[in-house]
Write a protein that binds this ligand. Structure first.
Ligand code: IVH
Length: 679
């Protein structure tokens, strides 16, 4: 086959592939390949067509943008075409664009360059006539788009009426979904057991192209404007700055991160700085758009059939790529939740190498239909956990089989359970080594008790040797035990000593950290703090009524229920008992404890020694005083109750009986502290 034939064949193949991706991306809002792969195909086609102009066709995707409008919406012809942008994949390509501009005007001309963020959403054109929003259209193929007026009118950022506007004003910009809203929507999807949305861009596109505007409204889309289309009347505009001023004055949302430079090195700096900080905004950006600022210069530079010559998109490195999914495994968390995850052929994406990605739960695996052996699209944006977006179906091996969720726990081999209406599957074996390990690692982690030297590996060894079954056991570990278990691992005895010191220091832990460490579901640092301040110690929290917990400002019924459920569980109570026995403080709260003064005006005498909930009599007295009560040393007729510990003196008991003062054991005291009432 001659070279010209192979160029021809390759061009035909590339056009077919690009058209198929266009259809999927713009028409159905589902990605088939990452953007970077799409861009690469387009570049290859451009390269062939530039080298071999005889091979270009009038309908080549290099000459148009996007995709033909769908039948769902009526067609809108753009009076000024909506163009795409050429890309610069690195600073060299950006410089090449700069060189071309200089060449067009000569060295002596002065230029201003506006740098704007490149929003990753979908372009729409808003048409205002005499100030009224009369039409909104998608880009479509650049010439003909889709009428999405009703849907666009549900976007809060977009005014329906502009005051003192030109007779006709077409405003172009990007409809997008904020990252926080995207995450909220996905949490809702997971809770409902529905498939998650792939990324904010596709979700925004899918949300805008709905037949029912109330669906669009519920998604809560946003908008940034960056460009004008047809304009009739209004002030004479000469620069980008004046354009943005006008848009802003009319009440349209203009992104604040726009900067203008005359020195091109400043343009590089802007691009590089945003590449590093691309995840700081609450919306996705995939590059920087650099534009010639002067509108007359833009006019002179003009456009190709696809994109203006006066602008270029400096693209950031992709955060999506493809790799092979070699296996799907299940990990067991501290609550026993079995989370499926993908084992991937390691791939560099979003700034780091990714070898695993979460698949959330059984329904998510089915919804995405990812299978071992699939080539999958992997996405890693900033610090977020890497995600499998979906399979590249075209590359699925014919022998592939659907993955089935395991029936037994991979760690303890007991049966896994999934109850009806719950998207999650659980290992319910409390003694499951994986559960114990993750539970203890969580307990020792930075946000909880922050026990230095107690990483996952050490915890694994301790669990394997049967030395710890729950967090309470950590505080009974001896140096000898640690040396025998860790000796091959930790050659240095001082490391064992350090670990013991760290464990000892953790005895003085703050109550909110302890609550987090124990793993009360739904409790975060601030809600744990609220609970600690309101109740003061773990005993009181564990006996508090749901209504009392829910009455705390900032704590809702879900957390209240979760706290109640947690402490109703005998296993959790046993762990707390063990912590207490092993000398861990359960009542340390920083700052003012804001306990309800339920014992105000009451005097409660404590006698004998206490060794259950309260390690000393003093602790019991403090708890009474902290609730507004008094705890004098002797019984009188004004005594509200007498708490009787072990080996209590007979005198106080007799006196209480004489005066009719009720006597309580330790359980009674706990109830009194929690409710202010006698049992
Ligand atoms: S100006 C005639 N400015 O990127 C050029 N486009 O890849 C009009 N985009 O079609 C585009 N942020 O949908 C411009 N600040 C920005 C942009 C931006 C995102 C989108 C727009 C365009 C696409 C090209």
């Amino acid at each position: 086959m001659s070279e010209s034939d192979s160029d021809h064949d390759r061009a035909v193949e590339l056009r077919a592939q690009i058209r198929a991706h266009n259809e999927a991306y713009h028409g159905r809002d589902v990605p088939t390949v990452p953007d970077s792969t799409y861009d690469e195909l387009l570049r290859q086609l451009e390269e062939i067509e530039t080298r071999r102009p005889d091979l270009t066709t009038a309908d080549s995707p290099t000459r148009s943008v996007g995709n033909a409008p769908s039948e769902l919406f009526s067609a809108v012809e753009h009076r000024v075409p909506m163009m795409s942008l050429d890309n610069a994949m690195n600073l060299d390509e950006l410089n090449a664009w700069h060189e071309r501009i200089i060449k067009s005007f000569g060295e002596n001309e002065t230029y201003g360059f506006v740098c704007e963020l490149k929003f990753d959403g979908l372009a729409v054109s808003l048409r205002y006539e005499n100030g009224d929003l009369v039409q909104a259209a998608t880009r479509g193929n650049g010439r003909i788009g889709e009428d999405v007026t009703l849907n666009v009118k549900t976007i809060n950022d977009i005014p329906h009426r502009l005051e003192n506007a030109p007779a006709v004003l077409e405003v172009r910009g990007e409809v997008y979904l904020s990252i926080s809203r995207f995450e909220e929507l996905n949490t809702e999807q997971i809770d409902k057991g529905d498939p998650t949305y792939a990324n904010p861009r596709n979700t925004a596109a899918g949300s805008l192209r709905q037949k029912d505007p109330s669906v669009t409204a519920a998604r809560q889309l946003s908008f940034w404007c960056y460009q004008l289309g047809e304009v009739v009347g209004g002030p004479e505009l000469q620069s980008s700055e004046q354009t943005f001023e006008l848009l802003e004055r009319l009440g349209l949302p203009v992104n604040p991160e726009v900067e203008e430079f005359s020195d091109f090195t400043e343009v590089w700096r802007f691009c590089e700085s945003w590449m590093v900080n691309r995840h700081t905004p609450d919306y996705e950006i995939d590059g920087v758009v650099v534009k010639v600022a002067d509108l007359a210069q833009r006019e002179i530079l003009g456009s190709t059939s696809r994109a203006p010559r006066w602008a270029i998109a400096f693209k950031f490195p992709p955060e999506e790529t493809t790799t092979r999914l070699t296996a799907i495994r299940v990990s067991i968390g501290r609550t026993g939740r079995a989370t499926p995850f993908a084992v991937l052929e390691p791939v560099f994406v979003g700034g780091s190498t990714v070898g695993m990605a979460t698949l959330h739960n059984e329904d998510q695996v089915s919804a995405k239909d990812v299978r071992p052996g699939d080539t999958v699209i992997v996405r890693k944006a900033g610090d977020v956990i890497p995600e499998v977006v979906g399979p590249v179906l075209a590359e699925r091996p014919t022998t592939s089989m659907q993955w089935v969720f395991p029936t037994v726990c991979p760690s303890c081999e007991e049966n896994l359970e999934r109850s009806e209406g719950d998207a999650n599957t659980y290992c319910i074996n409390r003694r499951c080594p994986a559960r114990i390990e993750t539970g203890i690692s969580h307990f020792a982690s930075r946000n909880a008790l922050d026990i230095e030297g107690l990483g996952e590996r050490t915890v694994g060894l301790l669990v394997e040797e049967g030395l710890v079954e729950d967090a309470g056991d950590l505080f009974a570990l001896t140096k000898e035990q640690l040396l025998t278990v860790l000796v091959s691992d930790v050659t240095n005895e001082t490391l064992v000593n350090n670990l013991l010191t760290a464990i000892d220091q953790a005895r003085e832990c703050l109550l909110p950290n302890l609550l987090i460490g124990l793993g009360v579901e739904h409790l975060g640092p601030s809600t744990a703090e609220l609970l600690a301040r309101r109740f003061g110690d773990i005993e009181t929290i564990s006996t508090a009524e749901i209504t009392e917990i829910a009455a705390i400002d900032g704590i809702g019924p879900v957390i209240a229920q979760s706290v109640k459920d947690f402490f109703s569980d005998a296993h959790h109570r046993a762990v707390v008992d063990k912590l207490r026995t092993n000398g861990v403080r359960l009542d340390l709260v920083e700052g003012e404890v804001d306990l309800p003064q339920i014992l105000a005006g009451r005097s409660v005498v404590v006698t004998g020694s206490l060794d259950g909930w309260f390690t000393t009599r003093d602790e019991a007295k403090q708890a009474i005083v902290a609730r507004g009560g008094k705890s004098p040393g002797s019984v009188s007729k004004s005594t509200y109750a007498l708490v009787v510990g072990a080996d209590a003196g007979q005198t106080k008991l007799d006196k209480a009986t004489d005066l009719g003062v009720p006597t309580l054991g330790e359980a009674g005291l706990r109830q009194l502290l929690a409710t202010g009432q006698l049992p």
